[in-house]
Design a protein around this ligand. Structure first.
Ligand SMILES: [Zn+2]
Length: 581
């Protein structure tokens, strides 16, 4: 007799998913009305497949880029405004200034300016004086952190020069989802445009000659009702507890690799799991998000807020589905995964593909709107093209479409989807969800996390040197790790009940995921820029940048961070000791 796993894997078909991909190839999904039309399509397809769907219709805050241009030296350059740029339909003129250092990697003001700019500047005041009142031209995508810096330096506008001949859509806000009152001050206050490389080179040359330009942006900003199709597939044994799998269906233009392939994968998961729901121990919840591109994850953020207490109480893990099934994406060497899930995900990918994945720490992107609640998470990007192939094609780095540089451009069309890669990725997602829903003891190995935490603390300690002692953080983590070893030995030996183990596994996620990925409180949303590991301890790496004027402030921050870290780790240890004394 075939196993449940084999039966469900054999049931996976390209029929329904490929048909959705073909429909989406004709349906741009970034204007609010088109996004709602796509939501209707998903709901209709589910119904046709015999899967009951519920569609939520919240109002979310969006910024839709309509058009942009840059006029300079008698020429008009094509441009795209990132979402959340300020709208200046009548144009904004100013002197251009070019800074070519790797600004996008800039994290700390306290860094020595010479490290960034060589001998061009001797102080940050000089950098600010050069930029203030001008339009900054620099390389990159519509980078939110850079926009914030440009603003703080007094730039009146920002032109980001993309690496190739195409212009990529993007966003320039650091606010995660619909802003609350605390977030609003971070809303961008300057117009931002992206131009392609040839235009960028012309503008850089002009900036060096002291030239001027006029930026024009036209944005449509406001509150829009947007559909969120969801499917609830009840588990047969523990229906309250659920695995949560989701991805965005709004896209730039027709966005096939990002993310019609993901929408199609979710559709097939819904079909196979709904019709085999008697085989599920726990429930599975599936959601398709609007507002990913034009609201910086506003759809998933609304859901995270509206269902926060349900997610907190009942969600065993979140699995994000973005850009699977793309052309040439046959490699699993940058698969997104939190540390505690690595052994589980390794086994799934090995079972489906016969290859061992290599992992990437989840960055603050891809509808990971649940880190502050504290959900163990994996995927976002799953498959990508092999490095050799990327090098051979001369492709630059992009954040989706399996490495195809059609990402976030008009070229992300039907040819970006690949039937064979789709089949493999759909099976990876299906097997992940199935095993997660059916595991007797929830699959998280928290010793993988504590080992990573200790390595992080060791690195931070080395950077801090004699200036600060992170010993308390290290010792607390080591004690937690010992308790976890006892817990997992007790689970294997049958002295810890499945119920107790599962209670602890879920509760650990609520403590340790926020600690590893956020600095803000639970039930808020940290800013949308990449957080370093253990963010509340990260100030340790910056102590060496501080002189006598500011070192005291930095140490104060670090002391508070250590307190927060150690208290949380001790809570986690007491929880584990409760189950395995
Ligand atoms: Zn995407």
């Amino acid at each position: 007799m075939k196993s449940v796993e084999q039966t469900l894997l054999d049931a996976v078909s390209l029929d329904a998913p490929w048909s959705l991909i073909e429909t989406f190839a004709e349906l741009p999904r970034w204007r609010p009305e088109d996004v709602n039309a796509a939501s209707d399509v998903i709901a209709e397809r589910l119904e046709a497949l015999g899967v009951p769907a519920e569609v939520h219709r919240p109002e979310i805050f969006l910024s839709i880029p309509i058009s942009a241009s840059v006029e300079a030296a008698g020429e008009t350059h094509r441009a795209k405004p990132p979402s959340m740029s300020v709208s200046v339909p009548d144009g904004l003129s100013g002197d251009l200034v070019y800074l070519g250092a790797d600004l996008k990697n800039l994290r700390s003001y306290s860094k020595d300016v010479r490290e960034l700019f060589g001998d061009s500047f001797t102080s940050w005041d000089e950098v600010r004086a050069r930029i203030a009142g001008r339009i900054l031209v620099t390389e990159g995508f519509g980078n939110p952190a850079l926009t914030q810096l440009a603003e703080e330096w007094g730039a009146i506008g920002l032109i980001s020069v993309n690496p190739g001949i195409d212009i990529h859509w993007g966003t320039c806000t650091t606010i995660w989802g619909t802003p609350d009152l605390d977030d609003l001050p971070r809303k961008p206050k300057i117009p931002v445009v992206a131009v392609n490389n040839p235009s960028g080179q012309a503008l850089i040359a002009l900036a060096k000659e002291g030239g001027r330009a006029t930026i024009r942006t036209e944005m449509q900003e406001g509150w829009y009702p947007q559909g969120i199709p969801t499917v609830h597939i009840p588990g047969a044994v523990e229906p309250d507890k659920f695995v949560f799998v989701h991805g965005h269906y709004d896209s730039w233009d027709v966005g096939i690799g990002d993310n019609a392939t993901g929408d199609a994968t979710l559709l097939e998961l819904a079909r196979v799991l709904w019709h085999n729901r008697q085989s599920l121990r726990r429930s599975v919840r599936i959601a398709w998000w609007p507002g990913h591109s034009t609201g910086r994850y506003a759809g998933s953020t609304w859901y995270a807020d509206a269902f926060a207490l349900d997610l907190d109480e009942n969600c065993v893990a979140q699995i994000n589905c973005d850009s699977p099934g793309c052309r040439w994406a046959t490699s699993y060497h940058q698969t997104t995964c939190m540390p505690e899930m690595k052994p589980f995900v390794t086994q799934v990918i090995e079972a489906v593909t016969g290859t061992t994945p290599r992992f990437k720490r989840p960055n603050q992107a891809g509808d990971y709107s649940f880190n502050n609640i504290g959900l163990s998470s994996y995927y976002m990007l799953s498959s990508t093209m092999p490095n050799e192939l990327r090098a051979e094609k001369g492709y630059y780095d992009v954040s989706g479409c399996g490495g195809n540089i059609a990402w976030h451009t008009e070229n992300d069309t039907l040819e970006i989807a690949d039937r064979d890669v789709m089949m493999t990725d759909m099976k990876i997602y299906l097997l992940s969800v199935l095993r997660h829903a059916n595991a007797a003891v929830l699959p998280a190995d928290w010793t993988q996390a504590t080992r990573e935490f200790r390595a992080t603390i060791a690195g931070y300690q080395e950077a801090a040197g004699e200036r600060f002692d992170l010993g308390p953080a290290d010792r607390a983590t080591a004690a937690l790790e010992q308790a976890l070893d006892r817990l997992y030995a007790g689970v294997d030996g049958g002295t810890v009940s499945e119920d107790a183990a599962n209670t602890v596994q879920m509760a650990l996620a609520r403590i340790l995921v926020p600690l590893n990925f956020t600095a803000g409180p639970r039930f808020t949303h940290d800013p949308a820029y990449t957080a370093p590991p253990l963010p509340v301890l990260h100030a340790a790496t910056e102590l060496s940048d501080h002189g006598p004027d500011t070192i005291g402030f930095a140490k104060t921050q670090l002391m508070r961070g250590v307190n927060r870290y150690v208290a949380a780790i001790n809570d986690a240890r007491r929880l584990v000791e409760w189950a395995a004394p």
